[in-house]
Design a protein around this ligand. Structure first.
Ligand SMILES: Nc1ncnc2c1ncn2[C@@H]1O[C@H](COP(=O)(O)OP(=O)(O)OP(=O)(O)O)[C@@H](O)[C@H]1O
Ligand SMILES: [Mg+2]
Length: 314
């Protein structure tokens, strides 16, 4: 598979501050990639460099085979961008519909497809009934949805989305996830997503990188990173009856690392669960604990993220 985004030695200084520090990263075509990191880590600067809004201090990158320094016009043509202040890409005095119409023409979307595409996107983002509202009069979240529609309208090969769900309610955020997954399947687009929303990244992205102080600390397929760092896992055991009894049984097992009591369940961290879970379950059942659910809480990306940021590297 070809690499749609290739970042080599990419560096951006603002005075003495190194915002992006010799970044190396390859993103295969069709990947949904997530860039995670704390505030000020350099995520937005990376997106601005890739979208040719900023010029690197050193190094370079290519997007869809076009170099960001030598070929910025072509890079812009094949990318769709949701900047950090997504709302600013929208003209407040134009209606939602006319904003999209304007951008469709700017990007040479075939005239006979424009209406259908706008209707499809606005409907999907539950904005169709607001199409005649002035963009400036929409709520922040609705403007964010409109900005997302705008970024996707010309079906760019690469989408650079900076915190796409930051202003969205959970229902809209779910829609955006569905949209991203749907588009990536249908058009094999490549997504480069900055996010703080770790569970969301976990659900959507097939590759991630964790960045801090401009440096990539860890990168790889989401699945692989999760299992690599977590030989132990957390399970939720929901029970009917005495939680404290179940809790003390679990605590007595030598492979149980931690137990937390909750209202109707215990959260148990188990070493090597494939070996040990059945023993734990048997111990509970033979002492008369009524188990109604035994579910994997999983190693969340949050654990992974904290571990990497805390440790400096993995
Ligand atoms: N135009 C600029 N001039 C000077 N410093 C800048 C500029 N843009 C970004 N920085 C600095 O570069 C560093 C990286 O900023 P960036 O916006 O890329 O972080 P981020 O990871 O997107 O953070 P957040 O999660 O808060 O959006 C920060 O220290 C920031 O203050
Ligand atoms: Mg940012």
């Amino acid at each position: 598979m070809l690499d749609e985004v290739i970042i080599s030695g990419l560096t951006k200084n603002f005075g003495d501050l190194v915002a992006v520090d010799h970044m190396e990263l390859n993103i295969p075509e069709g990947t949904i990639f997530g860039l995670l990191g704390p505030n000020g880590a350099g995520k937005s600067t990376t997106t601005r460099l890739l979208s040719t809004l900023l010029r690197p201090t050193d190094g370079t990158a290519s997007v869809g085979g076009f170099d960001i320094i030598d070929d910025p016009v072509n890079v812009r043509e094949i990318t769709g961008v949701l900047p950090e202040e997504g709302n600013h890409t929208i003209y407040p005095t134009l209606t939602a519909y006319d904003n999209l119409l304007y951008f469709a023409r700017l990007y040479d979307v075939p005239e006979d497809e424009i209406h259908e595409r706008i209707e499809e996107l606005l409907t999907f983002m539950e904005l169709w009934d607001r199409k005649d509202d002035k963009a400036g009069e929409l709520s922040t979240g609705n403007r964010q949805r409109l900005a997302l529609c705008r970024a996707m309208l010309h079906r760019p090969r690469v989408l650079l989305l900076d915190e796409p769900s930051s202003a969205l309610d959970p229902v809209a955020a779910k829609r955006v996830r569905e949209l991203i997954l749907g588009l990536s399947q249908k058009y094999k687009q490549t997504f480069f997503i900055n996010s703080h929303n770790l569970p969301e990244v976990q659900r959507v992205c097939d590759r991630i990188a964790i960045i801090d102080e401009g440096k990539i600390l860890l990168q790889g397929p989401t699945q692989e990173l999760r299992s690599k760092l977590h030989a132990k896992q957390e399970f939720r055991i929901r029970i009917v009856g005495d939680v404290s009894k179940a809790s003390s049984i679990a605590k007595s097992m030598n492979f149980v690392e931690n137990v937390e009591d909750e209202f109707d369940s215990i959260l148990v961290t188990v070493d090597n669960p494939t070996e040990n879970n059945s023993e734990l379950m048997q111990a509970l059942l033979s002492d008369g604990v009524k188990i109604v659910e035994f579910a994997e809480e999983g190693a969340t990306l949050e654990d992974l993220y904290l571990e990497v940021i805390k440790g400096g590297s993995a």
